[in-house]
Design a binder for this molecule. Structure first.
Ligand SMILES: [Zn+2]
Length: 228
C-alpha cells in the first residue's frame, strides 16, 4: 500500500522480519493481522460460487502521469492525480496506486505466475478495492506499454493498456497483503492472465528493491470466493 516507508517500522520478506514476524513488529501490525480475513488466498475454482448477477465492474481509465517510486518492498506507479475511476457494485473508486508482486500472491488452482500487479482504489469514504492482474511470460501477447520502472522516473500511459478482458474475475473480501494488513479490502482478481515478453518482466524484476515480495496465502476462515 502507499504508506511511505519512513513512517512505519521496517519489515520485509526475509526469515527474520518477514511475513511470519509482521504481527510482532509493532502494535499496529498486530492489530491489523488479527483481522480474521487476511489476503492473499489460494483460490480453488471448483469451490467458487458462480454469480447469478451480471458483472458490474466498469473501468474508466484514461492516459495519465505516474511517478515511479520504490517503497514498502515494491515498485509503485503513483498517479499525480486521482482522476481514473472504477465502478463496482455501484460504488465509485479512484485509482491511487499501482504496484507489483513477484511472484504472484493469490494462487489460482495451485498455479504460480511470475507477476501479480495490484491496482489500488479507494472510495471517497476510504473503502478499498484492489484489482489484481496476473501476468505470465509469452511472446504472443498484446503490445503492452513500455514503462520505465526506475526510481524517480515519470511515466505517462493508460493503465487500461495493461489489462486484457475485465468481464471475468474472482471477487472476495480480504485485507491488504503488506503491513499493516488491514481489512476489509474488496478484491477483484481478473481471470484473464496477461501475456508479456520475458524482457518486459525482467525490467520490473531488475528495479524491484528486494527479491520475492509475495506474502504466503492465508486461511479462508469460512470465506467464499465469487466468480463472474
Ligand atoms: Zn499488493
Amino acid at each position: 500500500m502507499s504508506t511511505p516507508i519512513e513512517t512505519i517500522p521496517f519489515w520485509d520478506y526475509t526469515a527474520t522480519t518477514g511475513p511470519e514476524h509482521w504481527a510482532s513488529i509493532c502494535p499496529e501490525f498486530a492489530t491489523a493481522a488479527a483481522y480474521q480475513y487476511q489476503s492473499p488466498i489460494a483460490v480453488d475454482t471448483a469451490t467458487c460460487l458462480a454469480s447469478e448477477a451480471p458483472s458490474s465492474l466498469l473501468l474508466d481509465y484514461q492516459t495519465q502521469t505516474f511517478m515511479v517510486d520504490t517503497f514498502t518492498q515494491s515498485i509503485h506507479l503513483v498517479p499525480t492525480e486521482f482522476s481514473n475511476t472504477l465502478t463496482f457494485q455501484n460504488k465509485i473508486y479512484s485509482l491511487q496506486d499501482i504496484h507489483v508482486h513477484m511472484p504472484n500472491e493469490h494462487v489460482i488452482d495451485g498455479i504460480m505466475q511470475p507477476l501479480e500487479i495490484h491496482f489500488v482504489h479507494r472510495t471517497s469514504d476510504q473503502e478499498v478495492l484492489v484489482l489484481g492482474l496476473f501476468v505470465k511470460v509469452g511472446e504472443n501477447g498484446p503490445a503492452l506499454p513500455t514503462l520505465n520502472w526506475t526510481q524517480g522516473a515519470t511515466v505517462v500511459f493508460n493503465p487500461a493498456d495493461l489489462l486484457g478482458a475485465t468481464n471475468h474475475y474472482f471477487n472476495y473480501s480480504g485485507s491488504l497483503t503488506t503491513p499493516p494488513t488491514v481489512g476489509p479490502v474488496n478484491w477483484v482478481l481478473l481471470k484473464d492472465i496477461q501475456i508479456a515478453p520475458a524482457a518486459w518482466l525482467d525490467a520490473i524484476r531488475e528495479s524491484l528493491p528486494c527479491g520475492a515480495n509475495n506474502r504466503p496465502t492465508q486461511p479462508l476462515n469460512g470465506r467464499h470466493v465469487h466468480v463472474y
